[in-house]
Design a binder for this molecule. Sequence first.
Ligand code: GDP
Length: 497
Amino acid sequence: MKHIQDTICAPASSVGGGAISVIRVSGPDALLLADKVVAFKTGAALSSEGYTLKYGTVPDVDDVLVAVFRAPHSYTGEDAVEISCHGSVYIVRSILQRLVDAGARMAEPGEFTRRAFAAGKMDLAQAEAVADLIAADSAASHRVALSQLRGGYSRELRELREKLMDIAALMELELDFSEEDVQFAGRAQLQNLLDSAIFRIEKLASSFKEGNAIKNGVPVAIAGAVNAGKSTLLNALLGEQRAIVSDIPGTTRDTVEETLSLDGILFRFIDTAGLRESADSIEKIGIERSYSSISKAEAVIGVLDGCAQLKDVQKACATIVASVPEDKTLILVRNKVDSYDAIAPEEFPKVDSFYRVLPLKYPAFGTYDLDPEKLAEKLAFYLEKKGVRVPPDFRILDISALTGEGLDTLKGLLVASRRQGVPDSNATLVTNLRHYEALVRAQDDLRQVQVGLDRQTPTDLVVQDLRDAIYELGTIFGEVTTEDILDTIFSRFCIGK
Ligand code: GDP
C-alpha cells in the first residue's frame, strides 16, 4: 500500500439525486481534518469519544452532522469520520475540496475496504463480500453476500488449510532426517485428511454454478427463428425498450443481456441472433454466439412465430429443441397469439389430427384451447416422428410479446423451473470467480498429492504439491497475497467503498 499512513476522503454515497450525501474520511488525521473543515457547536471532534454524532457548519457551504469513530472501532480500524451533508453535487465537492486543502487525499477505489483488510478487520473474502453486498439486488444474492461477509466458508477453509500445513510441516521434517527413513506424518492420516479436504473443496467449487446464478442472475437464453419476436419478448419481459426490434430479418446481431428479478430470483436474459443458416459473416458470428449462449444458459425460452407457416413453425421448433442440451429447462412459447385472426385461411394446411397442434386459436378451425401440457404432448409427438429428442420438461405456452398475454404464466414457469433443484437456502455457496478458480487449483494440487502418495513419489515432490494447495487456499481469504492481487480486487470497487 502506497500511502497507508495518510488520511483519505471520498464520497461514500452516490452523489446527486439523494436528499443526503455522506463523505467518508479515514486515517490518523481524520478527526483533526474534521475540526479544520467543520465549525462544531459542541467542542472539537478530536476531543470527542468514538460513536458520537456532532452537529456543525462547513462555513458558507452547509450544516452537517459528523459521526466520529475512534481507532480501532471503525470500518477501517483507523480514526474516521463520516460527514452527512445535503445531497448536492456542489456541496459534496466543496467539502471534499476543503478536506483536501486541509491535507487529506482523495481515496482510490476500494481503499477504505483495503485498509479494513490491512487492519485485520476482515479477511479478503469478506472484503470482496462488501462489494457483493452493495451490488446485491435480490433476496438470494443479498443472503449469499451477507453469509460471506460474516465469515462464510473462510473459517472452514482456514481450518482445512491449517491441518494441511501441520502435515506438510511433518513431511518437511522427514526430509531433514531423510537418511534415517523415518515417517513423522502418518500416511493413513494424511490420506484421510486428503479425502475429506478434496470432498469439501469439490463441494464448494461445484456450488459456484449456483452461486454465480444467484449473484449474476440465472442465465436464460431467448432463442428461436428470425422474426419470431425474441427481441420484442425481451423488451416485454423487462418492461422497457432494450433490444433493437425490427422486422428486417436478422437485425439482432449480437447478444443482448439484461437482468430482471422475479419473485426474488434474479434472471439474466440473453437475447440471441436468430437460429438459421446465414451467408452474412457478421450474422454468422451472432448465430454462433446464440449457440454458445444456449450452452451456457440454465433455461431456454424457445420462441416460435405462431403466425408463420405451419411447416416453418415445426421446423423452427425442431431446430430449437435440437440445439438445447438435455440438462437445460426448455420453455417453448408460441408468440403472436394476438394476431392469429389475421392469418389467411389458405396459409394453413388442412386440419388433420397431425396438424391440429397448430394453430390452436385460428377461428376458422374453432378454438382448440388445449392446455400447455396437452400441446407440448402433441408437439413432442411431431418431434419424435422427426427423430428429434424431446426434452423431459418440454413445455409450450401461447403468448403475445406485443400485448403481454401469457407473459405472467411464462414468468411463473421460469420461477418454478428455478425452484426445483435449488439447493437449500442455507447451503454455503461460492459466488466469486477468483475463489472458485483457487478452489479448483487447490483441488488439482491435492489430487496430485494423492497420486504421489499412491505411487510412493519422493516426499519432497509430494510436499511441493501440498504447499501449492495450501497457497491456493490461502489466497482466498488473503492469508497469502500480493500487491497485484489486491490491486486487481480493490480496483473493481467504487470510490468511497
Ligand atoms: P426477432 O428477430 O425474433 O428478435 O423478432 P422481433 O422481436 O424483432 O420481432 C419481429 C416482428 O414481429 C416485429 O415486427 C414485431 O413487432 C413483431 N412481433 C413480435 N412479437 C409480436 C406479437 O406478440 N404479436 C404481433 N402481432 N407481432 C409481434
